[in-house]
Design a protein. Structure first.
Length: 150
């Protein structure tokens, strides 16, 4: 064997191996976090586009559930809303479940039975499928809350 390998005590080799494995684990964790944040940014950009170009509509809150997810401890609660979206000239009526970060000040505005402002936009490619004769379904529409939440 080489002098480099035999010069280290046995416990030193295990320490180096442990540090190496910890470094690999940290790299995988950073990669996963980077992907999660990129997905979050893409979702935010998509919802901003829906708010900018979508068709204005209203929705009745059928149910509001706490996801037990917090942003900044008490700054925002992430709430899951089951919405019944009203039909417009461009979109049919449908139901959709969305997750919304809400400030505690706005929680009362999103309770069950309340009416909220939303924007609805057909997803890319869904207009083509609609022309080809497939039925419009809720999965082909993006929905964004169009009133203050924070």
């Amino acid at each position: 064997m080489s002098d480099f390998v035999t010069a280290w005590p046995d416990w030193g080799k295990w320490v180096v191996l442990g540090l190496l494995l910890s470094g690999v684990q940290a790299a995988f964790m950073l990669r996963r976090e980077r992907r999660r944040r990129a997905a979050g940014r893409a979702e935010t950009e998509r919802l901003d586009a829906v708010r900018a170009t979508g068709v204005a509509s209203t929705a009745r809150v059928m149910a509001a559930r706490d996801t037990r997810t917090r942003i900044g401890e008490t700054l925002y609660f992430v709430i899951e809303l089951e919405l019944e979206i009203a039909a417009t000239d461009a979109t049919p009526a449908f139901t959709r479940t969305v997750r919304v970060p809400l400030s505690p000040l706005h929680l009362a505005e999103f309770g069950a039975g309340k009416t909220v402002q939303v924007r609805v936009q057909a997803r890319e490619g869904s207009a083509q499928r609609s022309r080809e004769g497939s039925r419009d379904n809720a999965a082909t529409y993006d929905v964004a809350i169009d009133q203050p939440t924070g």
